[in-house]
Design a protein around this ligand. Structure first.
Ligand code: SAH
Length: 391
C-alpha cells in the first residue's frame, strides 16, 4: 500500500517556493545556483557582485556556513552578510534544491521522492530509516548506461550526468524534508549516505567527487567518509582514484562468480572482467579489516544462486577484507528473472558464513512503492510527472 505524505511546511518554504513541485523552476532555474560550488567558485561569484578582494574569504566562509551548516533556504536569513549583498545575491543567484514532484511512503517507513530537475528530467531519491538513524540513497545520473539485465533503472532510455549541485541538492532537500539540520533537536535522521540510487557514480566521477567533498567538508555538513558508501558496477580505472581521493567505503555490485554469467548480468564485465575487478578490490587503498569492501550479490533463481557459486565466491574473495550483502532480487514489471527461494538464499549465506564472511541478507525496503534496490525508474522520457498529477 502506498501513501502520499505531507511535506512539512518548513520544507516547502526552504525550497523557496510555495508549491515545492515548482521550486527551482520559476526564476531560480535561470540563476546560478550556489549549491555545489567550491570555495574558489563561490569567491568568483561574490567577486562578480563587486565584493572587494579583502572581504571575499570572509564572505565565502559566511555563505558556506549558512548554506551547509545551517541549511538556509533563502538569502534573507543570512543576517551577517549585509543587506546590499543579500539583495544582490537574491537577484542573480539561488540556493534552490531539486523540486519534489511526488513523495511516497512505504508501510515500512521508507520514503521515496520523485525529484524534478531544472531541465525537466526526473530522478528518484530514497530515505531508509532504521531504529535511531537512517540512510539516504542518492542518484548520480538520470537513468544509467550500464544496462544490467536485472535492474529497472537500466531500462530508461534517457541518460545524463547529474551536476555536483544536483547530487548535493538531493541531500540538502532530504534534510529540509526530514527537518534534519543541526539546529533541530536529537539525533541526525540521515546518518549515512549511499551512492546507490540511479546511475553509475564512477561514470560521473568529477561531479560525484565534488559533491562528496562538500558533504565531507568539516565546516559544513561534515559527514565523515566512513558514513558514505559508493557503489559501483565495477568501473575498474576509476576505483583506484576513488579510493585514493575520496576514501569513502566501497561497495561492488558483483552478482556473479564467472565471466560467463557476469557478462550476461552486468555487461560492463565484458570491458573489465572479473580478474581485473577483483584485483582492483585487492588494491583499493582504503580497504582494511575495519573498513571492508561490501560485495553486493543479487539472488537470481537458477542463475547465480547455486551452492557451487557460493563456494566459488569464497575462493574469489580470499584475502580481501570483505563482507557480502545478499540482495533478494526485487522484481519489476517485465523483469526476466525471479528471486531465489528463501531456503536457497540462507543456504548460500551459510556457506559464506562458514568461510568467515559476514553475509547479511538485505531486507528489501520500500518494495511496495518500488523504492527497493534496482526498482528505481523515473518517467523522464514520458509525460512529465507534474502534468500527470491530478488537479
Ligand atoms: N551503478 C551502481 C549503483 C547502483 S546501486 C552499482 O551498480 O553498484 C544499486 C544496487 O542494486 C546495485 O548493487 C545493483 O546491482 C542492485 N540491483 C539492481 N537491480 C536490482 C534488483 N532488481 N533487485 C535487487 N538488486 C538490484
Amino acid at each position: 500500500m502506498t501513501a502520499e505524505i505531507t511535506i512539512p511546511k518548513s520544507a516547502a518554504k526552504m525550497t523557496g517556493a510555495t508549491d515545492p513541485a515548482l521550486a527551482g523552476f520559476a526564476g531560480p532555474a535561470a540563476r546560478l545556483n550556489l549549491i555545489g560550488l567550491t570555495r574558489p567558485e563561490l569567491s568568483d561569484a561574490v567577486a562578480a557582485l563587486g565584493v572587494p578582494p579583502r572581504q571575499r574569504k570572509m564572505r565565502v566562509s559566511q555563505l558556506w556556513r549558512w548554506i551547509y551548516n545551517r541549511g538556509a533556504g533563502s538569502f534573507d536569513a543570512m543576517s551577517d552578510l549585509g543587506k546590499a549583498l543579500r539583495q544582490a545575491l537574491a537577484d542573480s543567484h539561488s540556493i534552490g534544491r531539486p523540486a519534489i514532484a511526488t513523495t511516497q511512503q512505504s508501510t515500512d517507513g521508507t520514503i521515496k521522492w520523485l525529484l524534478r530537475l531544472a531541465d525537466g528530467n526526473d530522478i528518484e531519491m530514497v530515505y531508509i530509516p532504521d531504529q535511531d538513524h537512517g540512510a539516504l540513497c542518492i542518484s548520480s545520473q538520470v537513468g544509467c548506461t550500464l544496462n544490467c539485465r536485472f535492474c529497472h533503472t537500466g531500462t530508461m532510455p534517457l541518460v545524463r550526468n547529474l551536476t555536483a549541485g544536483e547530487i548535493l541538492g538531493q541531500f540538502m532537500l532530504a534534510r529540509d524534508c526530514l527537518d534534519d539540520w543541526p539546529d533541530a533537536d536529537g539525533l541526525r535522521k540521515i546518518s549515512t549516505i549511499v551512492m546507490m540510487g540511479m546511475g553509475e557514480p564512477l561514470l560521473n566521477y568529477d561531479n560525484v567527487a565534488k559533491a562528496l567533498a562538500i558533504i565531507m567538508d568539516m565546516e559544513g555538513i561534515a559527514l565523515s567518509r566512513r558514513s558514505i558508501t559508493l557503489s559501483t558496477a565495477g568501473l575498474v580505472p576509476a576505483m583506484e582514484r576513488c579510493g585514493r581521493e575520496l576514501r569513502v567505503n566501497l561497495a561492488v555490485s558483483l552478482h556473479a562468480v564467472t565471466d560467463l554469467v557476469r557478462d550476461q548480468l552486468v555487461p560492463l564485465n565484458r570491458r573489465y572482467p572479473l580478474a581485473e575487478l577483483i584485483q582492483a578490490c585487492r588494491d583499493y587503498p582504503s580497504a582494511n579489516n575495519a573498513r571492508r569492501i561490501t560485495f553486493e550479490y543479487v539472488m537470481l533463481q537458477e542463475v547465480n544462486d547455486s551452492l557451487e557459486d557460493a563456494h566459488e565466491l569464497v575462493r574469489l574473495l580470499r584475502g580481501i577484507p570483505a563482507k557480502i550483502n545478499l540482495i533478494p532480487f526485487n522484481p519489476w514489471p517485465g523483469a526476466p528473472y525471479e528471486c531465489s527461494s528463501n531456503n536457497r538464499i540462507h543456504r548460500f549465506a551459510a556457506i559464506l558464513n562458514d568461510a568467515g564472511y559476514a553475509a547479511p541478507v538485505r531486507t528489501p525496503r520500500g518494495r511496495d512503492i518500488m523504492a527497493a534496490c534496482g526498482q528505481l525508474k523515473s518517467a523522464s522520457e514520458k509525460t512529465p510527472a507534474l502534468r500527470r498529477r491530478p488537479g
